[in-house]
Design a protein around this ligand. Structure first.
Ligand code: ADP
Ligand code: MG
Length: 568
């Protein structure tokens, strides 16, 4: 079954076009036969029309760049197929201006031919027509047909759009466009191919652990397959290759980090951080940066980096207001870039006073290490698969705060409380932090003989705090379903091995509960059958606390915990 949502038998370009520009409202008109879109409210000062186009599959390029400060018309072909010259002709004729028409064309044979034929026809009808060719892709350097046109098309179109709005004439626009293209280079990488709309399968295979280096935007594999390095190393290589291919840029660079369709925004931002760092280390100045998916290759899992060796007088065009649906107006980067500056840091991070943990604290950390994968698996069934990781991170933070090898239970619990409250994400971390804080407080200064009573009271207070903050009560399928039975009674029974057994039984019973709180509630009955992971974590913690008093690490319920964690 095809893994795409294209309607069967539909022409993606024709059917997607109205949706693509829907958000432009009345600012952009749509023609479906032949397919093109055009700006209905172009800037008043424009004397020359800008028209671009190319195969579909690269959305939001080009239709997303139609409007004030952008294109006058955009012409999509079928997926990865040049538009027909009839489309280009019709779109150009519709938006033609007295000063002429500039075609912005990416360097592909089909595009060049169809735009050239359309230009011939338009000239025969009395229009002035000129072409700006974009050929920025370093991944295709050295081929007879020249470099492909990719990400820099956005840069060329943005700068030309703003210049056209100021009333620039055809010759000036063509000259400007060609200079911008000549001073722009792009490199793209991918670790996964796009889904073919025909077959619903990946268009090519990329072996695990490798990256296609210099990939195109039409599903072509790259000239080189390289080992997958960490992102910083990969970006450094890309930026290094780009800089080597560009002329000197005393005025700095425009940076475009572009997703190829299957790469998330968080990843793109990470790439941008690395690219800015590499450029800074190379003594190069970033004048402005744009990140986002602007030139895609369907859903290819990859990204491209475009650098433009900018000239000072292009910057006003680059920063000029841009009213199109797909490209926010670029902004200047400060002289002192903040993007990769150090944060305030965490005062505790790397604190010199790291002390040896107690045997108990180290043992609890080791227990969660060993159970991390199983806990994540439990959380995966009803949530997002991270509770084991969250708790392990919390215990690592607790070890960094360890009060010392001879710490008593209260001090160790206080360290865990602080760590969970401050350093652990998710729902369970801070909620467990509340419980730990109450138990630590109850244990502090308490004689050993009174600990069972004090601990039970502390856990009860913790239960109440969790209910107050999170709004859950026992029976909602949360960690409370292990905590509450362990401290049942009024006042609660002193904490002992039976309390742990009650917690385990309570946790096990959550397998039959439908969640009403937390992530599991989205799944309803689909989460049935496996115990709530937060409840399991509570049972493990209680076993450790009681075990410390008994002198047996897991209070003698290790096998029961094993079964519980394994969902048995
Ligand atoms: P997240 O759901 O944010 O990924 P975790 O995976 O760290 O958080 O923790 C999930 C656990 O948190 C659940 O198994 C449940 O026991 C507990 N939990 C979630 N919401 C609540 C709540 N409102 N009250 C008590 N416990 C809760
Ligand atoms: Mg989770």
């Amino acid at each position: 079954m095809a893994r795409s949502f294209f309607a069967d038998g539909a022409s993606p370009s024709v059917h997607a076009l109205p949706g693509l520009v829907l958000v432009a409202g009345s600012a952009v008109g749509v023609s479906t036969a032949p397919a093109y879109v055009w700006a209905r409210q172009p800037a008043a000062g424009r004397r020359v029309a800008l028209v671009s186009g190319g195969g579909a599959g690269h959305e939001p390029m080009h239709a997303g760049f139609v409007g004030v400060g952008g294109l006058d018309a955009a012409v999509p072909g079928e997926v990865f197929t040049s538009p027909h010259n009839r489309q280009v002709h019709a779109a150009s004729a519709r938006v033609a201006k007295p000063g002429g028409i500039v075609h912005v064309v990416k360097n592909y044979t089909g595009d060049r031919i169809n735009f050239a034929i359309a230009a011939e026809r338009l000239r025969a009808e009395g229009h002035r027509v000129a072409e700006v060719l974009v050929d920025d892709d370093l991944g295709s350097e050295g081929q007879d047909v020249g470099r492909r046109g990719t990400g820099a098309t956005v840069v060329v179109e943005k700068i030309l759009g703003a210049a056209a709005d100021t009333g620039a004439d055809l010759d000036d626009l063509v000259d400007l466009g060609r200079r911008v293209a000549a001073r722009s280079r792009t490199l793209a990488v991918a670790h996964g191919a796009q889904t073919s709309p025909e077959t619903g399968e990946p268009a090519f295979e990329v072996a695990a652990g490798s990256v296609e280096y210099g990939v195109g935007i039409h599903g072509e594999t790259a000239a080189a397959t390289i080992d997958r390095d960490d992102l910083g190393t990969l970006v450094a290589r890309m930026v290094g290759d780009l800089l080597a291919a560009l002329p000197d840029a005393p005025e700095g660079y425009l940076l475009l980090v572009n997703g190829l369709g299957g790469t998330g925004n968080l990843e793109l931002a990470h790439v941008a951080t690395e690219a800015a760092r590499v450029l800074d280390e190379a003594g190069r100045r970033v004048r402005s940066a744009v990140t986002g998916t602007v030139v895609s290759a369907l859903d290819m899992r990859g990204f491209s980096i475009t650098l433009t060796a900018v000239e000072e007088d292009w910057l006003p065009h680059w920063f000029a207001p841009h009213d199109t649906v797909a490209l926010p107006t670029p902004r200047p980067v400060d002289d002192a870039p903040a993007a990769y500056a150090d944060g305030d840091g965490d005062a505790r991070e790397g604190a010199p006073e790291d002390r040896e943990p107690s045997v108990w604290l180290a043992g609890l950390a080791a227990t969660f290490d060993a159970r991390r994968a199983d806990l994540n698996a439990l959380d995966q069934r009803a949530g997002d698969g991270d509770i084991g990781t969250n708790v392990v991170n919390g215990m690592q933070a607790a070890l960094r705060r360890a009060p010392g090898p001879d710490a008593d239970l209260a001090a160790d619990l206080a360290a865990v409380a602080g760590a969970f409250l401050d350093d652990v994400g998710g729902s369970s971390g801070p909620l467990l932090g509340l419980v730990f804080a109450e138990v630590a407080g109850a244990a502090e200064g308490t004689a050993d003989g009174d600990l069972p009573t004090a601990l039970a009271a502390g856990l009860r207070a913790g239960q109440d705090a969790v209910s107050r903050v999170g709004g859950a009560v026992p029976g909602d399928r949360t960690l409370l379903d292990a905590l509450a039975p362990a401290v049942a009674g009024d006042p609660p029974r002193p904490l002992d091995r039976d309390s742990v057994v009650a917690a385990i039984d309570g946790a096990r019973a959550t397998a039959g509960l439908v969640a009403t709180r937390g992530r599991a509630s989205y799944l309803g009955e689909r989460a049935l059958g496996a115990p709530d992971p937060g409840a399991v974590v509570v049972a493990i913690i209680l076993a450790a606390i009681v075990g410390r008093g008994l002198g047996t690490p897991d209070a003698g319920v290790g096998d029961d915990l094993d079964d519980l964690v394994a969902g048995r």
